[in-house]
Design a protein around this ligand. Structure first.
Ligand code: IMP
Ligand code: MG
Length: 186
């Protein structure tokens, strides 16, 4: 699996050091408040696990599942919510945690849905990665781990066709690995 990676973009230790800083900021911002963290499955799994272990606040954790990629490396532009019930966040301060801000369509759709269908006291977002590019949706995240270039990355929760999530670092895939995964099975 690691052979499919052409370059490590962000090492594990660097991620953890940045999470220390973000967690510190979150503790400052939410001390004494009723916080619910809503993680976006599956990509935010590693981030949430490592981040929340650094946040010694009483909080609730919920999750939401959406899909927009359908196996490729480009967003389909359509964000589909995979569940019928939304998190119970009425009257609570909500922090949405996602793996990456790319086109912005996913985060924008989640914020819009939670704002219109629930009554959160406040709604903020946290992403590990933010791609430097012009976004399709006018949205930014409140807490950002790292700004990266506009390239497809995997690892630390991020997948290509549901694989590579368990790499402990953020890496760039070799083009051959993408081609091999998209070739029809023989
Ligand atoms: P957006 O809606 O285009 O901002 O994309 C958000 C979602 O697309 C993320 O939550 C990821 O699941 C996925 N995504 C975007 N860029 C990448 C990438 O470089 N690698 C893996 N997944 C990505
Ligand atoms: Mg994904």
């Amino acid at each position: 699996m690691q052979d499919d990676v052409s370059k490590i973009l962000i090492h594990t230790a660097t991620i953890h050091a940045r999470l220390d800083e973000i967690a510190h900021q979150i503790v400052e911002d939410y001390r004494g408040k009723e916080l619910t963290v809503v993680m976006v499955l599956n990509g935010a799994l590693m981030l949430v696990a490592d981040l929340l272990r650094r946040v010694p606040l009483p909080l609730k954790l919920d999750c939401i599942s959406v899909s927009s990629y359908h196996g490729g490396t480009q967003t389909s532009g359509q964000v589909v919510f995979d569940q019928h019930t939304l998190p119970d966040i009425d009257g609570r301060h909500v922090l949405i945690v996602d793996d990456i801000l790319d086109s912005g369509l996913t985060l924008a759709a989640i914020c819009e849905k939670l704002r219109t269908e629930c009554k959160p006291l406040s709604l903020k977002s946290c992403v590990l990665l933010r791609k430097k590019k012009t976004r399709l949706a006018a949205i930014d995240a409140d807490y950002v781990g790292f700004d990266i270039g506009d390239e497809f990355v995997v690892g630390y929760g991020l997948d290509y066709d549901e694989r590579y999530r368990n790499l402990p670092f953020i890496g760039v895939l070799r083009p051959e690995a993408i081609a091999a995964a998209s070739a029809p099975a023989s």
